[in-house]
Structures are given as C-alpha cells and as structure tokens.
Design a protein around this ligand. Structure first.
Ligand code: NAP
Length: 287
C-alpha cells in the first residue's frame, strides 16, 4: 500500500514517519513540496503518485493567530481538505484526517461523544469543522476523521516543551486550572492511525486522546514533577493555579473538552493509556 503523509515537519507527521510500518511505501511531504491550498498542485501530485491512502496531518494550528488570519486558517483547514478529498475521489484513494476537540463549545460536563453537536467558539475550531464537513460531503465512504486534543511530541513546539523552558527561566508560573481536557502524546495517535490505515472498512468519526482528565495546571505540575525526576529540570519553582480570566487570549477556549474514546478503542483494538504515563514516556525521549 502506498501512503502519502501531508504536513511533514509537524508533530503528528513526524511521529507517523517514525512509526511507519515497513511494509508500506510511505511518502511524507511538507508545505514546500505539497501546499494543500494549491488545488492544481494537489490534483497533479495525487494523480502522479497515486497513493492508496492519504493521512492528512497538515493543518493551520495557530489557534490565537487564526482570529486575525481567518482567511488562511480556512484556506488550509477547509479548502486544503476539500482539494485533497476531491483528488482522492478521482483515484479511489482513502483519507485519514485529523480534527480537533475545538469543534465543541465546552459547555458539556460529560465527555463528548462522536455524534455530539459541534459548536466551535473560535475561528480555528470553525475552520477545522468546515474541513470535516467538506470531507464528509466528498468522500464519506472512504474517509476517517479522528478528533484529538492537547497534542505534544518531542518534535515541534508544544505545552510540554514550553513548560520545561519556562520552568528554567521564570521564578514562578501561573497556569490555568479551569480549562479541562486530556493531553495526547502524538505517538499514541500515530499508532492508532497506522492501525486504522490497515482497516479499509473503517469510516466515520472517532475520538482519540490519551486516557484521563486534566487541567492545564495539573498538566504543568506533572511536567515539573517528571522533569525533576528525570533530570530535565534541576530546581522546583512554584506553579500557581490561575483562572482562565487571568490569562486572556485572542481565541476563546472551551472550558471542558474531554472526548469519549470508546469507539476508537473498539475499532482499533488499541486501548488509550493514561496521559501521565504517556507524558513520562515522551519525557524519556527528551532525556
Ligand atoms: N496541536 C494540537 O494541540 C492539536 C489539537 C487538536 C487537534 N490537532 C490537529 O492534529 C493535526 C496535527 O497537528 P500537529 O500538532 O501535528 O500540527 P503542527 O505541528 O502545527 O503541524 C502541522 C503541519 O502542517 C503544515 N502546514 C500548514 N499549512 C500547510 C499547507 N498549506 N500545506 C501543507 N502543509 C501545511 C505545517 O507547516 P508549517 O509549520 O510550515 O506551517 C506543519 O508542518 C492537525 O490536524 C491539528 O489540527 C492538533
């Protein structure tokens, strides 16, 4: 099977490359080789390489910047997905596409089911939802959408690496305690995607994060504890819980974005692992 991964250089694309099964012929391309907002290029590239499967890990992920740059957010997250889906349809290729917990408004108090009604509260979430809708319209019989959240990896910029840096630079940190979700090691998501790559009969929408629930404050405290334990940090600093209102950002964030993973576990046969255990494994790769 020939697999095309878009978004090379991003956190997830990198983990997908690391875990790519040797039996597959895998091509991974970045924005320079395949800008997914260029319809002509997307058509020509897919027609030339004829992948059996496209894993779309490319996205515009700058959540706050998207409030100002909504045009580019929609170009990448909606039109890019539409162009890929149209090109795949022409050659009967399948798509695995990644979406986000930010399609939900965060008003729920229970984990969001895959069929819960989306209601994004920021441009990034709305642009990702528009991409999901386009994919469902164009290629419902040959696509999988997996929504994930709070993604980190050893490759790329993310909360874990920012915290480790700030914990060495600042005398103390205030971290938001009233936004609840679940951290996700990109490696676990990549593992799930490769299992689904091998199951062409699987279609539809799934949710995948690590197991458990955390606030950003809980996440930061765990990063410090594990960082000290593993020698990535030398000194503990005070980490203080602050409300989201004390750290205003251009984009609103859902206050509760835990998503239900049950169907993704069943369909793949892979169980989610608690986020703290995954965090520890990722930090071992940083040592
Ligand atoms: N990160 C999270 O916390 C999070 C949470 C929920 C869902 N997700 C979703 O998970 C997926 C993977 O996220 P990630 O964390 O791996 O993102 P990432 O690290 O930001 O990687 C995205 C990649 O897409 C590339 N890209 C941007 N515009 C492109 C274009 N026009 N054509 C081709 N490539 C383009 C980026 O290149 P440049 O860097 O050069 O722009 C980058 O390499 C995305 O669909 C994202 O929406 C992420």
């Amino acid at each position: 099977m020939k697999v095309l991964i878009t978004g090379k250089g991003g956190q997830l694309a990198w983990e997908l490359e690391q875990l790519a099964p040797e039996v597959y012929d895998v091509i991974s391309v970045g924005k320079e080789e395949l800008d997914i907002t260029n319809e002509t290029l997307v058509n020509a590239f897919i027609a030339e390489h004829k992948p059996d499967l496209v894993i779309n890990a490319a996205a515009y992920t700058a959540v706050d910047q998207a409030e100002k740059d909504s045009e580019i957010a929609y170009k990448v997250n909606e039109l890019g997905v539409k162009y890929l889906a149209q090109a795949c349809k022409k050659i009967n290729a399948r798509i695995l596409h990644i979406s986000t917990d930010f399609v939900f408004d965060g008003e729920s108090t229970r984990p969001y089911q895959t069929d819960a009604k989306p209601n994004p509260i920021n441009i990034y979430g709305a642009s990702k939802l528009a991409g999901d809708i386009a994919l469902n319209e164009i290629l419902p019989e040959a696509s999988v959408i997996v929504r994930t959240a709070w993604v980190y990896s050893v490759n790329g910029n993310n909360f874990v690496k920012s915290m480790l840096r700030l914990m060495q630079e600042k005398p103390q940190l205030g971290i938001i305690y009233d936004q609840i979700g679940t951290p996700t090691w990109a490696k676990g998501l990549a593992q799930w995607l490769w299992l689904i790559a091998d199951k062409p009969e699987v279609t539809g929408t799934y949710h995948w994060t690590d197991a458990g629930v955390a606030s950003w404050y809980d996440f930061a405290v765990a990063i410090q504890e594990l960082g000290l334990e593993k020698g990535l940090l030398t000194e503990a600093i005070p980490v203080l819980p602050i409300p989201g209102t004390a750290y205003p950002t251009p984009a609103k964030r859902p206050v509760f974005s835990v998503i239900d993973k049950a169907s993704a576990e069943v369909v793949s046969g892979l169980n989610t692992v608690h986020w703290r255990k995954q965090l520890s494994s990722m930090m071992d790769e940083l040592v």
